[in-house]
Structure formats: C-alpha cells, structure tokens
Design a protein around this ligand. Structure first.
Ligand code: HEM
Ligand SMILES: *[C@@H]1O[C@H](CO)[C@@H](O)[C@H](O)[C@H]1NC(C)=O
Length: 576
C-alpha cells in the first residue's frame, strides 16, 4: 500500500511532492509511510539543483519516469464560465473528462506568449487544493486519487493582464497523463501598459503613457504559438492602424486596422500598404478574440490574428519573411463604411526594428523626425529670411545704405554677411537631411532633387563672387548678370523645394503650413514689386522727395512681416 503511495509521491510534479507526502501521511496516519515518503522526497529534492521546484511548477510535468505522456485526442477539456474579463472578475474554470475519468490534475492560468502563471484561485469543492506555484494561490491540484468526471475552481483576474488561457496537466492514472491541455483564449477587456516589457511588446507615444490617458497612442503585441495578439488604443474618432515594415517608409507593410464606421461599429481589418496610398484590404482576415470599444473619444481594439506577418503582398502565401520589423502606428479619419483616409498626424515609427514576440518597450518618433523638422526650419530661415533680406540689400539698398562700415558700404557688408549666413545654414540643413535619410529616398519625389540643385548653385554663388572682376573691368557685366541670374534661379528653386518639403511634413488637417508658406512668398513678391516700382519712379525722376526714406520704410515693413511669417511657420514646424 505505502509502495503505491510512494510511487504517487514521485509521480506527481516535484513542486507539490512534499505537500502530497504530508497529505498521504495525514490520510493514512502511518508514520512509516511518512518517513519513507519524506526520505524519497528529500532524495528527489536533493538530487536536483535548486530552483527545480519552480521549474516543475512551470513545466507542469510529473517527474516520474514511468509516466508516459499521451498523444492523440485529449480525453479532457477545459470550459470557462466566460471568455472575457476585467481585473477583479471571477471566472469559473472546469476540467471535464470526455471519455475516461481522471485521478489527478494541475491547473493554472497562463498569459499568452510570456506564459506567466497569473491570477489566484479559490476552491469551489473539497476535492481539490490550492498551491502556491511561483505566486500565491496560483495553482489548483487534486486532493486524492479518486476518479473524477470534472473539477471546478474559481479564478480571479489581477490587473494589467492581456489575453490568457487556462492550462492543465491531467493524469488519467499514475502512468498516463496529458499536459498542455488548454482552454480557449480568454480576452482581457482592459488595455493596460502595466505589463509592457513583461508580457508584451509595447509602443507608446508619449513614452510610457497609459492607454487610459486621453492623449496616449498605444499598441502592443504578443507572439504566441497560434499567431499574434494585438492591442491598439488612442484618441481617434476614425481609425488606428499598426503596420509592420522592413524599412521606416510607408509601403510594403503588413497592416492591421481598427476603424469605426458611421454607425459606430468598430471593425478590424487586415490590410497591406502597397505604397503611400490607401492600403489594400486583405480578403483573409483571421482576427479573433475581438474586443473593441469607443469611450470618451478613445478608440480601442484588441484581437488575436492567426497569421504570419508578411511584407510581401500575396493573397496566397503569407510566409514570415523576417523576425524583426519597424512598427508604425497611424491614426486618421475613416469614412461611413469604415474605410480609412490618410493619417492626419505623421504616423509613429519605432526607432529601430523590433521583434514582435519580445517583451520590450520600443521608443518611437513621429514620421517627420526632429532632424527633418530642424532641416526644414533652417532652410526656411535661410531662403525666406536671411537670403531674402540679403538679396534686397544688394538690389535696392545700394544708394540708401552707402555709408562705409569696416571699409565697405553698409549694404555690401550686410549683403555679404547675410548671403554667407544663408549658404552656411543651407549646408548645415543639407547635411542634416542626408544624415537622417541616409541615402536617396525616392519616395520623397522632387524635393531632394531640387534641394541638391539649390545646394550646388548656392555653394558656387559666393565662390564666383570671390573671383569677380574689378567693377571697372570690361568683363564685369558677365559677373553682374551671372550673379543675378543664378540668384533668381536659386530663389525660385528654393521656394519650390520648401513647398514640396512642407507637403512631406505637413500633418495638419487643414494643411495650414503650406497655406501660410504661400502667404509668406506672396508677401515677398509684393515687396519686390513695390521696390521695383519705387526704383523705376526714381530713375524717371518722377519724384525727388526724401527717397531714402521710402526704401527704409519698405525694408522695415518687409522685415517685420517676414519675421511674423517666419515665426508662425517655425511654430507650426515645431508642433508637427
Ligand atoms: C488612406 C490611407 C493612407 C494614405 C493615403 C497614406 C499616404 C501617405 C503619404 C503620402 C505619406 C508621405 C508623407 C506625407 O505626405 O505625409 C505617408 C507617410 C507615412 N505613412 Fe501613410 N498613408 C495611408 C495610411 C497609412 C497606414 C495605414 C500606415 C501604417 C499603419 C501608414 C504609415 C505611414 C508612415 C509610417 C509614414 C511616414 C514615413 C514615410 O514617409 O513613408 N500610412 N503616407
Ligand atoms: C458598420 O458596420 C456594421 C458591422 O459590420 C454594419 O452592420 C453596418 O451596416 C456598418 N455601417 C455602415 C454605415 O456601413
């Protein structure tokens, strides 16, 4: 008799070996059994390095060598009273025998992916016991070896969890057992950042924000044997979309969309970004275990997808191409059917490629990076302010600011200073753009092409000026014309490039950056006309009043308006 119990003692998971020994002792009341059992257990524990108790809790494997793990149809299943939960909710879990009854079992709740033992159990009957495997009251087990047709226990959900499932090892007898008997996936109704880095990969903006914050954009991912579990949350009336890409550009990205249609239904779509246009919705959508919500302006979706990530567009094969991806999180409006429109903000992009199955927290940046925004700001200052004023000085202020300063006329000194500043700003901005983009980005269209021409032409402008002939020389007119013509070409190209640049970074719904830029250029044109008319009138001697005053007035007005436009645009760029 005690021999059989001795076998039982070794046959169950090491974690609750001692508990069982004590139980047998209590049941049988025979000190001999207790002694033998204790010795067996002691030897068993001693013969394994420390930490094994926890290991066994984790593997849920009985250690007895004679035990045979069974394959084929599992004659047991796990049913649950509900398949969704909020923190604090209680779920009644039942292990049912389908066919043969069972003698022993070990039941736990496990997170998907990280496979952590979570939550606490309470008993509903006297046929089972609660064990503290890894964490307090996290495991349920049998109390005796009588045959059971079913067993139930109540599980209480802790806070911060994502999806879980119940997992059991069920022993038909001491030689036959099944492990990894899983319930269906239990969906968490709460999207939380609490377990980011522990149970899931997360990307948030602002960094480490909580999905309950009204301005928090959030996505998380868990890779598990069946696919992925995703969560998205953020302030949006339209959609949230997360994309997986081989590069940090939109195009050839696997996309999951959480979009609200006009009747308030929230739909989960699987799509593919073929380019920088509306993504193609894929026919095969494996989203399951869906939770959607739109409360207080915050849109939320959580779901599992039994699908590989694929950055190659094919409806038939979705082979996993890479283990790591750049992650995008985009938001914008959706139309009445839930079809998504272009993002209203620059999408978030993870700073590096990440493994969706890792338990990490990614840092991210806006699709328009700060380096690119800095590049834009410098180019704007260079070509709309210092360059503009510098050119006006040379063209219209010659007779006004003619007093010498450090040996040369003020207008000349101002022109040289402002134009060299312009070229220096351009060079810095140019380096910033290329450092960031690291190569040619064909997706940016004509902007970089024009930008390079501007850079080359403006680089040579001061160098040629350095080798200009003497003012009295016969060939001086060549320089005068060349210098003017080059200046006009640079100015026009620079303005065009800035417009195209704004189109790349303007994430405002009204596109007000581009519109204000239009006003900025119009303001400059207006003053060229005024200056030109003034010059013309003066040449014709139409008026001879204090002409210097007119130019000073015009220049003053121009500079004031110019700075106002510049500041408005810099603020706009800064908040992009
Ligand atoms: C109707 C839908 C969409 C349209 C028309 C669209 C169009 C564009 C365009 C034209 C750009 C270039 C920059 C700009 O003009 O703002 C861009 C950038 C970007 N898009 Fe989209 N997009 C759409 C949806 C999405 C979705 C669903 C994602 C991913 C979840 C995404 C991710 C990105 C990213 C990360 C960028 C910045 C990097 C880059 O410039 O490539 N887009 N998009
Ligand atoms: C929104 O989606 C729901 C669920 O798919 C659908 O029943 C409803 O007709 C949709 N509404 C519109 C306006 O498309």
């Amino acid at each position: 008799m005690w021999n059989r119990h001795g076998r039982l003692c070794k046959g169950v998971a090491r974690s609750y070996m001692i508990v069982l020994c004590c139980e047998i002792q209590a049941e049988m009341g025979i000190p001999l059994v207790f002694a033998v059992c204790l010795i067996t257990c002691f030897v068993a524990v001693l013969s394994y390095p420390s930490g094994l108790v926890t290991d066994s809790c984790f593997t849920m494997l009985p250690s007895h060598r004679n035990n045979v793990q069974q394959s084929g149809t599992v004659p047991f299943n796990i049913t649950v009273s509900r398949n969704t939960f909020y923190p604090g909710d209680v779920i009644t879990v039942t292990i049912n025998a389908v066919g043969s009854e069972f003698k022993g079992f070990l039941l736990q709740a496990r997170t998907l992916g990280s496979n952590r033992i979570v939550g606490t159990f309470t008993l509903t009957n006297s046929r089972s016991r609660i064990l503290s495997c890894n964490t307090t009251d996290s495991t349920v087990s049998h109390i005796n070896n009588y045959l059971k047709a079913s067993i139930t226990a109540n599980w209480t959900a802790p806070t911060g969890l994502g999806p879980i499932r119940f997992r059991a090892t069920v022993l038909k007898d001491y030689y036959t057992f099944w492990y990894g008997v899983d319930s269906e996936i239990i969906t968490s109704l709460q999207i939380s950042s609490e377990t980011c880095g522990i149970d899931k990969f997360c990307l948030t903006n602002p960094a480490n924000c909580n999905p309950t914050d009204t301005s928090c954009f959030f996505m998380s991912s868990v890779g598990y044997s069946g696919g992925y579990a995703f969560e998205m949350s953020g302030p949006s009336t339209g959609y949230l979309a997360t994309g997986f890409s081989d590069d940090n550009q939109m195009g050839n990205d696997d996309v999951y969309i959480c979009a609200q249609n006009s009747s308030g239904s929230i739909l989960i779509q699987h799509a593919f970004n073929t380019g920088k246009t509306q993504p193609t919705i894929l026919a095969k959508n494996t989203a399951a275990n869906i939770m959607t919500r739109y409360v207080n302006g915050i849109l939320q979706c959580s779901f599992t997808a039994q699908s590989n990530i694929s950055t190659t567009y094919s409806a038939l094969t979705r082979a996993s191409t890479n283990p790591t991806y750049y992650i995008f999180l985009a938001t914008g409006a959706s139309d009445t059917n839930g079809q998504i429109q272009k993002h209203t903000k620059s999408p978030l992009i993870s700073d590096s490629k990440v493994d969706l199955s890792s338990f990490t927290i990614a840092s991210s940046h806006s699709g328009a990076s700060s380096v690119i925004l800095g590049h834009g700001a410098l180019m704007l200052i260079a070509w709309m302010t210092t360059g503009s004023i510098g050119m006006l000085m040379a063209r219209y202020m010659k007779n006004v600011a003619e007093k010498p300063l450090l040996g040369k006329a003020i207008w000349y000194q101002a022109h040289v200073f402002l134009m060299i500043l312009t070229v220096i700003l351009t060079i810095i901005a140019f380096i910033m753009a290329f450092a960031k983009v690291a190569g040619w980005s064909y997706t940016s269209g004509a902007h970089p092409v024009l930008g390079c021409i501007v850079m080359i032409l403006s680089f040579f402008q001061p160098i040629f000026a350095l080798f200009r002939p003497d003012p009295k020389s016969k060939r001086r007119f060549i320089f005068n014309w060349g210098h003017l013509l080059n200046a006009i070409v640079i100015k026009i190209l620079a303005v065009a490039t800035i417009f195209l640049g704004f189109k790349l970074i303007d994430s405002t719904t009204t596109l007000w950056l581009s519109k204000v830029m239009g006003g900025f250029f119009a303001w400059e044109i207006l003053f060229y006309i005024l200056f030109e008319v003034n010059k013309h009138l003066k040449l014709k001697n139409i008026y001879e009043t204090d002409e210097k005053k007119t130019e000073r007035l015009l220049l003053g007005a121009f500079v004031c308006g110019n700075l106002a436009f510049l500041i408005a645009l810099l603020v706009g760029i800064g908040s992009s």
